[in-house]
Design a protein around this ligand. Structure first.
Ligand code: PLP
Length: 354
């Protein structure tokens, strides 16, 4: 039997999902950066993305680039670089997203020292209020970047639907395109890359509403989970189950649905509330909140419901299931983005690549 808990990764589904998205984007003149952070840049998964047609890999964490260094395509750093890591950024990645001139100056110094040219995509904040410069700072910032050696401004980009939940649309992405054209006119430099966001921008393609000049997207969730993220809809022709969580039953007993005794606080400082559904058959699975936030798990057996979890124990109700479970049986779950991120990061969860 395989190790539990484990996450099973189906590489053929990753390849297939990538192919669908790369093809759709290619038809619209859009290059896709395949985002590896949600699966901690496990090399086999990154390779499957490349087999599916990806020609640029992107991650938020420098450590992850070490794992995919052998893949000979362009690497893009998604999180704004730390000044303290400027040297490593230049040695590990070709391009980075930036919004601070102080950091870009350090990247310039590091590049000169390493005899390299590091590429810069300047991030513009279009209202989501995560990273990016405000529009009144664009001209002064670009003027400064163009005076630096060792760095080359190759484009601009934006990030939406991450902090503020702002949905990309023809207006805000149109604004990005206008800014790019203005920069080209004013500074006589070509904006090779106009990076129009993440998986939340994909719905615009389907509707034919993507501004034409947008030629780059950074896609993570849509590739790995087959889902666009503006509205959370599955993407036609893709798989939503490339990743599956398997956990093992360590206790199976009939018990009341309401605890007996005075209710204080649970292990996480919350006071739980219970409804009385009588005696139920409950299974304890050997996985817990140290590994995953259990609200983002969906049992494959639709008759199972999640009751709750502590650090190391996940309690599910199997009373209505058509299957007769036993201690030692495995239970499978589909996984949402937040859970996938945590499960891939947990060293207690075995990663099985199929
Ligand atoms: C994580 C990240 C992405 C990918 O987002 P998905 O929703 O997974 O497609 C794109 N851009 C940046 C800057 C990111 O941090």
């Amino acid at each position: 039997m395989d190790v539990c808990p484990r996450i099973e990764i189906d590489l053929s589904k990753i390849r297939a999902n990538t192919q669908v998205l790369v093809d759709r984007c290619k038809n619209a003149g859009i290059q896709v950066a395949g985002v590896t952070k949600v699966f901690c840049a496990v090399p086999q998964v990154a390779e499957a993305m490349v087999e599916g047609g990806i020609n640029m890999l992107a991650d938020a964490r420098l450590e992850n680039f070490g794992k995919i260094a052998h893949i000979p395509i362009q690497k893009l750093l998604l999180r704004l670089p730390m000044i303290s890591q400027a040297e490593k950024v230049v040695s590990l990645v070709d391009i980075s997203l930036n919004s601070e001139i102080a950091t870009i100056k350090k990247l310039s110094e590091a590049s000169i020292k390493q005899g390299k040219v590091h590429k810069i995509i300047l991030m513009i904040d279009l209202g989501d209020l995560r990273e990016g410069i405000w529009s009144d700072q664009i001209h002064t910032t670009i003027k400064e970047i163009t005076q630096l050696e060792g760095v080359q401004l190759v484009g601009i980009g934006t990030n939406l639907t991450c902090y503020g939940g702002v949905i990309p649309n023809p207006t805000n992405l149109g604004q990005l395109v206008n800014i790019a054209m203005e920069i080209e006119d004013t500074f006589q430099i070509r904006m090779e890359i106009i990076s129009g966001g993440n998986s939340s921008s994909l719905y615009l393609l389907e509707r034919g509403e993507m501004p034409k000049a947008i030629n780059h997207l950074r896609l993570g969730e849509s590739i790995v989970l087959g889902r666009e993220t503006a509205f959370g809809e599955p993407i036609s022709g893709t798989y939503q189950d490339a990743f599956t969580l398997i956990a093992e039953i360590v206790e199976l007993k009939e018990k009341p649905s309401v605890p007996i005794g005075e209710i204080g606080m649970d292990a996480f400082g919350n006071k739980p509330v219970f409804e009385d559904h009588g005696i139920r058959k409950r299974a304890i699975l050997a996985i817990g909140r140290q590994d995953v936030s259990v609200n983002n798990l969906i049992p494959k057996d639709e008759k199972i419901s999640i009751l709750g979890a502590s650090s190391d124990h996940l309690i599910v109700d199997v009373t209505d299931s058509l299957k007769e479970y036993s201690v030692g049986d495995e239970v499978a779950f589909d996984i949402e983005y937040g859970a996938l991120l945590q499960l891939m990061t947990s060293e207690y969860v075995f990663k099985k690549i199929k």
